[in-house]
Design a binder for this molecule. Structure first.
Ligand code: GFB
Length: 441
């Protein structure tokens, strides 16, 4: 009913003026949203920030490919609000339900894959939705689960199946807290045993679409699907050029970049020009290089917290870590170490005492206002950015936080020897090192 739902000009104007949400509706075809398939996804609540970044890449590469299919030309990937993560300890900060724009440059992400922050998704739904019922209908939600036995006759096969032999409900938080969003109403909820790479999700979605589509007249309706526990899904091809394009598009929010750049300037006398890193404004224009020099400091990412207990065999003591850092500083004729760590204030004090002849620099927000603005997740990003520009980097064994810094330095153009380094449990011992996964252009 075009008359009651508004003219195309009015709708388009309203969208452009960004006066959403409106208590009025516009038909989806007016906005070019006809046939749009929204894919929501979520990650198990226990997973940390940096594994979540990797899960994003798996899904973004999949969705970008999916766009090539006629049925999915209008696909949109909805970014799940960041729940308060287990590692974000600070009290008195609003750290639940953060948008992706708090951490990442969405324009940059969007030049790789058609993503929407959750509030943008809601706004899009409201434009053509039913004004009296501000609920979003999720046609199918799939909670992905691992198979109990992965190998069949010794072979790993990509496969999935809906679980019918056990009860399956939305009730629990496992699968992530996405479905706790007040606006979402799930039509059909399924538990699905899933094993394989993201590409297999296309089959899962097509099956669901076929179940929902009664005839050609509603084939073009807009629909929303949710994938829960998306960390179950593997990369289609880990580490190939598509992985790296998606990774390069994950530029941090400019605000965070600026805080890190200011800190590098004031605390470490380092500018982009002095470190030999001049990034083009658009990630697509970046070109391979290996001549980044880095600031006159070493960065160490020293993971503490749960690693001290859960990974005792590979995590160095504070003393052993300090010995290794000092050995590196001497070897590279440097005097300054920037320490990125989730150590407690008490551990930090202990560390400072261990560096009495060297300069130990650590980032902490300069004011309460800055702490409130950055939040724990933003402070961690600043740490990663400062490490990314160091002359030499050493990180923690099997920490995804460390791995994301490796990747950042690969993009910035450092030589591999200055990047892929790992703390050992003790100085001088032989130990397992993190994998070396160089950038592919
Ligand atoms: O990012 P993440 O998954 O890395 O989780 P791992 C660690 C979190 O701890 C970060 C904080 O997201 C930060 O919130 N953190 C760690 C730091 N290092 C630093 C640092 O240098 N600076 C700041 N500011 N914050 C995973 C865990 O950790 O390891 C899982 O998420 C599990 O729960 C797994 O324990 C084994 O990969 O290091």
């Amino acid at each position: 009913n075009g008359a009651s739902r508004g003219s195309s000009a009015t709708c388009a104007k309203r969208v452009l003026q960004e006066i959403l949400p409106l208590p009025e509706t516009c038909p989806p075809e007016v906005l070019g949203l006809r046939g749009t398939v929204y894919i929501l996804y979520d990650v198990n609540i226990s997973e940390g920030f940096n594994l979540r970044r990797d899960v994003y890449i798996r899904v973004a590469v999949f969705v970008r490919r999916l766009q090539r299919r006629r049925r999915f030309r209008q696909v949109r990937l909805v970014l799940p609000p960041w729940p308060r993560l287990y590692h974000w300890h600070s009290q008195g900060l609003q750290q639940a339900g953060l948008p992706w724009s708090h951490f990442f440059d969405l324009d940059s992400l969007r030049r790789y894959a058609p993503v929407l922050d959750y509030d943008e998704f809601l706004a899009e739904q409201r434009i053509f939705g039913n004004p009296g019922a501000p609920l979003v209908h999720v046609a199918h939600a799939f909670r992905l689960q691992h198979y109990k036995v992965m190998l069949e006759h010794g072979i790993f096969r990509d496969k999935f199946e809906r679980v019918t032999d056990k009860p399956c409900s939305e009730g629990s938080l496992s699968g992530g807290p996405l479905l706790q969003q007040a606006e979402l109403r799930v039509g059909r909820f399924h538990c699905v045993r899933f094993q394989g790479s993201a590409g297999l999700l296309e089959k899962l979605l097509r099956e669901a679409i076929a179940e929902d589509t009664a005839g050609p007249e509603d084939a073009d309706d807009m629909r929303t699907y949710a994938l829960l526990s998306a960390e179950t899904v593997l990369h289609d091809h880990w580490g190939d050029e598509h992985f790296w394009q998606a990774r390069r598009s994950m530029r941090f929010a400019r605000r965070l970049d600026q805080v890190a750049a200011d800190f590098r300037l004031h605390a470490l006398a380092t500018t982009d020009a002095s470190v030999g890193v001049q990034r083009p404004a658009l990630w697509e224009l970046e070109r391979p290089k290996r001549d980044a020099k880095g600031g006159d400091y070493l960065c160490a990412h020293l993971r503490r917290g749960d690693f001290v207990r859960a990974r005792e065999a590979t995590t160095p003591t504070l003393k052993a870590a300090a010995q290794q850092i000092k050995q590196l500083l001497r070897a590279f004729n440097m005097t300054t170490v920037f320490l990125a760590t989730d150590a407690t204030p008490y551990e930090l004090m202990e560390l400072k005492e261990l560096f009495y002849r060297f300069r130990l620099v650590h980032f902490a927000p300069e004011s309460n206002a800055q702490r409130r603005a950055l939040k724990d997740g933003g402070v961690a990003v600043v740490d990663q950015l400062v490490c990314a520009y160091a002359r030499y980097f050493v990180g923690t064994y099997e920490s995804t936080f460390t791995y994301r810094i490796y990747e950042e330095r690969e993009i910035l153009g450092f030589n591999q020897a200055s990047t892929f380094n790992t703390f050992c449990k003790a100085l001088g011992g032989s130990c397992s090192r993190n994998a070396v996964w160089p950038i592919v252009w």
